[in-house]
Design a protein around this ligand. Structure first.
Ligand SMILES: NC(=O)c1ccc[n+]([C@@H]2O[C@H](COP(=O)([O-])OP(=O)(O)OC[C@H]3O[C@@H](n4cnc5c(N)ncnc54)[C@H](OP(=O)(O)O)[C@@H]3O)[C@@H](O)[C@H]2O)c1
Length: 264
């Protein structure tokens, strides 16, 4: 882990006269996370960004400063290394001098065909999409519970709503994450802590680039705007675009004897 936070964030007031939000972003080079951070930067937010690619992270941080973020701290870390999470997270919240929102965006699609043959590949998908977020959220939830405040906004996926043959490793890792978030919400809501499960449908980012029909996938800036709004409203479960709530309601109710024959 290497960190760059020249000075600790101070209480900052944005152009609307409100106290600037203090936001920790895990997986900050993600297309969806970056687009959301641009919205927060324009509001004068204080950001602490964690990502594993130092060059991409530096570029994202510089852009967010230009767009108006009142503070940008960074740390380079492979978040699969769960041993470093406690130290990393403590450093991040110290740098921000507090935390209003943690935004967990890291994820990998993985290679489904390979994962069907090779458990190492399957385990890698489950580790990054489930184990690493569980480790991060365990620390973050306890931090928020102690303060009776905070929003934990986590990107899961519609793919977690029902397993299908074309991506059931990715889907099952997200299903596990969704169930974990539901249980965590049930535990910490009464402590004043919001747990938000974000379930995007397909979005145009590097994760889906080159996929068949990718040009029809949702626009990342629209998705980011819906997420930022959902966080402000402290929504529990956000399907984005909203139509995916209906689509997945239908998909979840297809009888298994029919579903198992479909090519999905
Ligand atoms: N795009 C979609 O259609 C879609 C739909 C539903 C849900 N989602 C979810 O949305 C989230 C963001 O994805 P995206 O669409 O923005 O794709 P993306 O641009 O590929 O972002 C994924 C991010 O996760 C980071 N990451 C992966 N493993 C990591 C690790 N071990 N340590 C640190 N960072 C790691 C990647 O870092 P590098 O830049 O270093 O690779 C990348 O920044 C993911 O959780 C994804 O599963 C996406």
């Amino acid at each position: 882990m290497s960190t760059q936070a020249t000075q600790a964030a101070e209480i900052a007031i944005n152009s609307n006269g409100n106290t600037a939000k203090k936001i920790l972003v895990l997986g900050a080079t993600s297309g969806i996370a970056e687009a959301t951070c641009r919205i927060w930067a324009a509001e004068g937010a204080q950001l602490f960004l964690v990502a594993r690619n130092a060059n991409k992270l530096a570029a994202v941080a510089a852009d967010l400063k230009l767009r108006g973020a009142s503070y940008v701290g960074t740390a380079v870390a492979d978040l699969d290394d769960t041993n470093i999470h406690p130290e990393l997270l403590a450093h991040a919240v110290n740098s921000l001098t507090g935390m209003d929102i943690a935004y967990v965006a890291l994820g990998v699609l993985g290679d489904q065909a390979k994962a069907e043959q090779d458990f190492e590949q399957a385990a890698q998908i489950i580790y990054t999409n489930f184990m690493a977020p569980v480790s991060l959220l365990t620390w973050l939830a306890n931090y928020c519970v102690q303060r009776h405040a905070g929003v934990l906004a986590v990107i899961s996926s519609v793919a977690g709503d029902r397993g299908r043959k074309s991506n059931y490793l990715y889907g099952s890792s997200k299903a596990g994450l969704t169930a974990f978030l539901a249980g965590l919400r049930n535990r910490v809501d009464r402590e004043g802590v919001t747990v938000m499960t974000i379930k995007p449908g397909p979005v145009q980012t590097s994760m889906t680039a080159g996929m068949k029909g990718a040009e029809k996938f949702a626009d990342v800036n629209k998705v980011a705007a819906a997420i930022a709004k959902g966080i402000d409203k402290r929504v529990d479960i956000l399907y984005v675009p909203a139509i995916w709530r209906i689509i997945m309601l239908v998909v979840r109710h297809i009888p298994e004897r029919i579903f198992k024959k479909l090519n999905l």
